[in-house]
Design a protein around this ligand. Structure first.
Ligand code: HEM
Length: 517
């Protein structure tokens, strides 16, 4: 039966009606030369081999062979949309960044993503969700490369490759394995805040439209006078925050989030988010019982100032050209917005631009989705796929015949440093308090029950009792109710949890003594 249908299809293909040359555009090779036959290879007679001189065939196969670029090493599965950001509140007292002038419209491109799972994986798997925004401002591109969750697992970039290795499929079994990532996290107590958020239903958003976004890091804002404050940015969905339970997420179609986003935009139901900023003055840093440049911490309780609204109103005309080739980098900053000393952010300043040169090449920022909407004036040049060569023969600086300006107003202000060059963990680690606060203040009874069940589903698979006990002891230190319920759910006796807490506290006291020396 199958053979009959296939045979019929093949027969149909070979007798397809000729295309009307009057109306259809003439096909060409990539060199523009017209193609006379696009369905039969050139062969040596009816029964002979295919000829190497069939350049149409060879070019077609060679181009096909090169259609894929490396997928993002993380955040591979994603979807993008175009839109606009409209500023509503004057931020000039804090930053000289022009995009925050009330009424100012700045075009944006946004890409949402999952983190660990590969391109082509279901969109509803438990994961943080990437929320990356490229603002095409009048002073160059500003990329706010954030997540839906407000904090991160680790506080130092040097741990990122190890953490991602533990979360990615095992190099032996090729499967994600809680034994591996909880082994890593049992050495990383600062991950407890993020793990609590991830295993709540926020780890399975209902749609990309119905989730918030967070810049996570502190940024340094500088105003026209050179005054400095620190700031965190976050997006609040005007559609509200909605989540799936684990069971609901598991029952969704494979492409549900992309389909939802595209369908709503195409129907004119354009999703929008308000952008908020929280400001921390340098003189207030010492008052906090945590380090505000520690990405495992949120700035709970600080005033949020609304600065504008972003609306997504256009589905990109081509997925590969826009979404796949989009390249967001925390190092894409504009005057008035600078990096803070956050050690995770400092590592990201290098990593993204580096991976883009590997994934997309040296000319990544000339691709339409990445190109700034202002002139680029510098002497960077050449490299693979140079489509926009620089004018003139002065490709050096300085020059009398073709001078270029470097306005001193754009110099980054100096800041004071103290201390030793050293590789030493931060003080004021305060690893658990905010996780406990989140558990009690951001989750209702059902949310807490779902968190315990979701966490137990993965932690319960861990074979090494030591890893399981240490993990439970961390959650117990965040909140005793949380830890007690989790201990019961994964079968760890409370006496062992208490013992692990005592061991942790002894280690912590030793580390504090050492750090004080
Ligand atoms: C993507 C590295 C932490 C959010 C990526 C990519 C790399 C990377 C290499 C792939 C980029 C590409 O191929 O275009 C790192 C490192 C981190 C870190 C080294 C820590 C040191 C974070 C944090 C956040 C985050 C804390 C959230 C605040 C994202 C997002 C993307 C991404 C949203 C996807 C961007 C897109 O849609 O193209 N990260 N990451 N990452 N990362 Fe990170």
């Amino acid at each position: 039966m199958t053979r009959t249908i296939l045979g019929a299809l093949l027969a149909t293909a070979s007798i397809a009606a000729p295309i009307n040359a009057q109306t259809a555009p003439q096909m060409t090779r990539d060199n523009g030369a017209p193609i006379g036959e696009n369905r039969a290879s050139r062969t040596a007679g009816e029964s002979g081999g295919v000829l190497l001189e069939d350049t149409t065939l060879i070019e077609k196969l060679a181009r096909f062979d090169r259609e894929r670029i490396p997928e993002r090493v993380v955040h591979a599965r994603g979807t993008g949309a175009k839109g606009v950001f409209v500023a509503s509140n004057d931020l000039s007292q804090f930053t000289s960044a022009g995009l925050f002038t009330p009424g100012k419209q700045t075009p944006v491109f946004v890409r949402f993503s999952t983190v660990i799972h590969p391109n082509g994986s279901p969109e509803t798997l438990r994961d943080p969700r990437g929320f990356a925004t490229k603002f095409y401002t009048d002073q160059g591109n500003w990329d706010l490369v954030g997540n839906n969750l407000a904090v991160f697992f680790i506080r130092d970039a040097i741990q990122f490759p190890d953490m991602v290795h533990s979360l990615k499929p095992s190099p032996v079994t090729n499967r994600q394995d809680p034994n591996r990532f909880f082994d890593f996290f049992s050495h990383t107590p600062e991950s407890v805040h993020m793990l609590t958020q991830l295993y709540s239903d926020l780890g399975t958003p209902k749609s990309y439209r119905e989730m918030d976004g967070n810049g996570v890091h502190a940024f340094r804002l500088v105003n026209a006078k050179g005054d400095v404050v620190f700031a965190k940015f976050n997006w609040k969905s005007k559609q509200g925050v909605k989540t799936f339970t684990a069971a609901e997420a598991g029952a969704q179609p494979f492409n549900v989030h992309t389909d939802d986003l595209y369908a709503n935009i195409k129907a004119g139901n354009h999703p929008s988010w308000d952008l908020y900023v929280r400001i921390l003055k340098p003189q207030d840093i010492a008052k906090l019982d945590y380090n505000p440049f520690d990405a495992t911490k949120d700035w709970y309780g600080m005033e949020e100032i609304k600065v504008g609204t972003m609306t997504l109103n256009e589905v990109p005309e081509n997925f590969f050209a826009f979404t796949e080739q989009s390249a967001f980098a925390p190092s894409n900053l504009v005057p008035g917005i600078e990096a803070s000393p956050d050690r995770l952010l400092q590592g990201r300043l290098f990593s993204y631009a580096d991976t883009h040169r590997h994934r997309l090449g040296a000319n990544v920022q000339t691709l339409p989705v990445n190109a700034p909407r202002v002139s680029v004036v510098n002497n960077n040049q050449d490299g693979p796929l140079t489509a926009t060569p620089k004018d003139g023969d002065v490709n050096y600086f300085p020059s009398r015949s073709a001078p270029k300006a470097t306005e001193t107003a754009y110099r980054q202000p100096a800041y004071e440093l103290d201390g030793l060059a050293q590789a030493k963990p931060i003080s004021k680690t305060n690893n658990f308090a905010q996780a406990g606060w989140f558990y009690n203040n951001r989750l209702d009874a059902k949310g807490r029950a779902n968190l315990i069940a979701n966490m137990a589903g993965d932690l319960g698979q861990v074979k090494d009792p030591k890893i399981k006990t240490i993990m439970v002891s961390y959650f117990y230190q965040a909140d005793t109710d949380y830890g007690t319920k989790l201990a019961k759910a994964v079968g760890v006796p409370m006496s062992q949890v208490e013992q692990a807490v005592a061991e942790y506290k002894a280690e912590e006291a030793k580390a504090t003594q050492l750090a004080a020396r």
